[in-house]
Design a protein around this ligand. Structure first.
Ligand code: CAA
Length: 376
C-alpha cells in the first residue's frame, strides 16, 4: 500500500486549499445565514472541480478518484456545506449517469453536470423509507412513451437548486427492492413539486428539501439502467458516495483539531499554555490519533475505488470511523476552547453542528455497521 500522494494529487490539494481559503472562507458567514453558494459553485465549475473524476469525453476533468476525495477533504476543512454539495452532486448526482446511463443520456446530461452548468441531486429517501431504502413507496407506471411517477421524498440535498434529479421509484411494488427503478428527472418536469425547506442544525448553506411527484411525466428514455435495477444503482453509487462523506467528516475533524491545537498553544492558564497542561495535551493527542486513523481509512477506500476494486466494506468503515471521529473531535475542540468554544465567535461550534449529520446521511452509522458485518 502506497502511503504517499502523487505529485498530481498534491497539486490538487494545494489548488483546492488555496481556492477554499480565498473564495470559500469569506463566504462562510453568508452560508451560515442560509445563503446557497451559487457563485462559489460556478467558480468551482470553471476550475473543473464539479467533474473531477468524470471522463474527459463527457466534459469532466478525468482525474483519479483520490484527487476527488482530496478536493472534498480540503473544501470541507473550510466549509462542510460546500463539501456536501460537491459530494452529492458528483458521487450520487452525476456518477449514476456515467456508470449506468445510455450513450445518449451521458451525452445529454454529463457534460453539463461535469462543468457545473447543472447541479445534481439524488432522491432515494422517503418519509417511511430511510435506512430501509428498498421499501420506498413512490411508484412509476409506464404509459406508452413515458412514465407517470407519484410519491414523495424527504431530505433531498441540493433539492430546489438542482437541475437534474436521480429519482428512485417502484415499477413493480410486488418485487420489493427488486422492483425499484431509477430515472433521470429534469427540474422543470411537470409534476415535480418542490416542498418544505428543512431548517437544519448545521450545513446551513446547503439546501435540504422535501419533494413530491404528482403525476410527474418522465420520458421513457430517461429510465436509468433497466426496470428493476434501481436499487442496485442506488447501492453501488452509495458505496462510492460514502467515501466522499467520510472525507467531508475527516475535513471537519481536521479543522477542529487545528483550531483546538492553535488555541491551546496560545491560551495561558495556571502560568503556561493549556497545551502544556497534561489534561489538554492528552486530549489533543487522542484527537490527532483519531484523525490520523480516519485519514488512513478514507484514503485506503479511495485507493481501492481508484483501482476498480470492491470497496463497499472499506467505504462503510471509512464513513463509520471518520464520522465518529468528527463528532468526537469537534466535541473535544469545544472543550479545549471552554466557554469561548460555545460562542459563535469561534468556528468550533459550527464544526460541531456540521459533524453530526455525517453519522446520519448516506447511511447511518448503524447501517454502515450492517454493511460491514454482512461482509465479515
Ligand atoms: N452494490 C450493489 N448491489 C447491492 C449492494 C451494493 N452495495 N448492496 C445490496 N445490493 C443488492 C443485493 O445484492 C441484493 O440483490 P440480489 O438479491 O440480486 O443479490 C439487493 O441489492 C438487495 O440487497 P439487501 O437484501 O442486502 O438489501 P436490504 O434491503 O437489506 O438493504 C441496506 C441493504 C444496506 C440496509 C440498504 O437499504 C441501505 O444502504 N440503506 C441505507 C440507505 C442510505 O444510505 N440512504 C442514503 C440516502 S442518500 C443521502 O443521504 C444523500 C445525501 O443527501 C447526503
Amino acid at each position: 500500500m502506497n502511503l504517499r500522494f502523487t505529485e498530481e494529487q498534491e497539486m490538487m490539494r494545494k489548488m483546492v486549499r488555496d481556492f477554499a481559503q480565498t473564495e470559500i472562507a469569506p463566504f462562510v458567514d453568508k452560508m451560515e445565514k442560509g445563503e446557497f453558494p451559487r457563485e462559489i459553485l460556478k467558480k468551482m465549475g470553471e476550475l473543473g472541480l464539479m467533474g473531477i473524476p468524470i471522463p474527459e469525453q463527457y466534459g469532466g476533468s478525468e482525474m483519479d478518484f483520490t484527487s476527488y476525495i482530496i478536493a472534498i477533504n480540503e473544501i470541507s476543512k473550510v466549509s462542510a456545506t460546500v463539501g456536501v454539495i460537491l459530494s452529492v452532486h458528483t458521487s450520487v448526482g452525476t456518477n449514476p449517469i456515467v456508470y449506468f446511463g445510455t450513450e445518449e443520456q451521458k451525452q445529454k446530461y454529463v457534460p453539463k453536470l461535469a462543468s457545473g452548468e447543472y447541479l445534481g441531486a439524488f432522491c432515494l429517501t422517503e418519509p417511511s423509507a430511510g435506512s430501509d431504502a428498498g421499501s420506498l413507496k413512490s411508484k412509476a407506471v409506464k404509459k406508452e412513451d413515458h412514465y407517470i411517477i407519484n410519491g414523495s421524498k424527504v431530505f433531498i440535498t441540493n433539492g430546489g437548486e438542482a437541475d437534474v434529479y436521480i429519482v428512485f421509484a417502484s415499477t413493480n411494488p410486488e418485487l420489493g427492492s427488486k422492483g425499484v427503478s431509477a430515472f433521470i428527472v429534469e427540474k422543470d418536469t411537470p409534476g415535480l413539486i418542490i416542498g418544505k425547506d428543512e431548517h437544519k442544525m448545521g450545513l446551513h448553506g446547503s439546501r435540504t428539501l422535501q419533494l413530491s411527484f404528482e403525476d410527474m411525466k418522465v420520458p421513457a428514455e430517461n429510465l436509468l439502467g433497466k426496470e428493476g435495477e434501481g436499487f442496485k444503482i442506488a447501492m453501488a453509487n452509495l458505496d462510492v458516495g460514502r467515501i466522499g462523506i467520510a472525507s467531508q467528516a475527516l475535513g471537519i475533524a481536521e479543522a477542529a483539531l487545528e483550531a483546538a491545537t492553535n488555541y491551546a498553544k496560545e491560551r495561558v492558564q495556571f502560568g503556561k499554555p493549556i497545551a502544556a497542561q497534561q489534561g489538554v495535551g492528552f486530549k489533543l493527542a487522542d484527537m490527532a490519533t483519531a484523525v490520523e486513523g480516519a485519514k488512513l481509512l478514507v484514503y485506503r477506500a479511495a485507493n481501492l475505488r481508484q483501482n476498480n476494486l470492491k470497496c463497499g466494506k472499506e467505504a462503510s468503515m471509512a464513513k463509520l470511523f471518520a464520522s465518529k471521529t468528527a463528532v468526537e473531535v469537534t466535541t473535544e475542540a469545544i472543550q479545549v476552547f471552554g466557554g469561548y468554544g460555545y460562542t459563535e465567535d469561534y468556528p468550533v461550534e459550527r464544526y460541531f453542528r456540521d459533524a453530526k449529520i455525517t453519522e446520519i446521511y448516506e447511511g447511518t452509522s448503524e447501517i454502515q455497521r450492517l454493511v460491514i458485518s454482512k461482509q465479515l
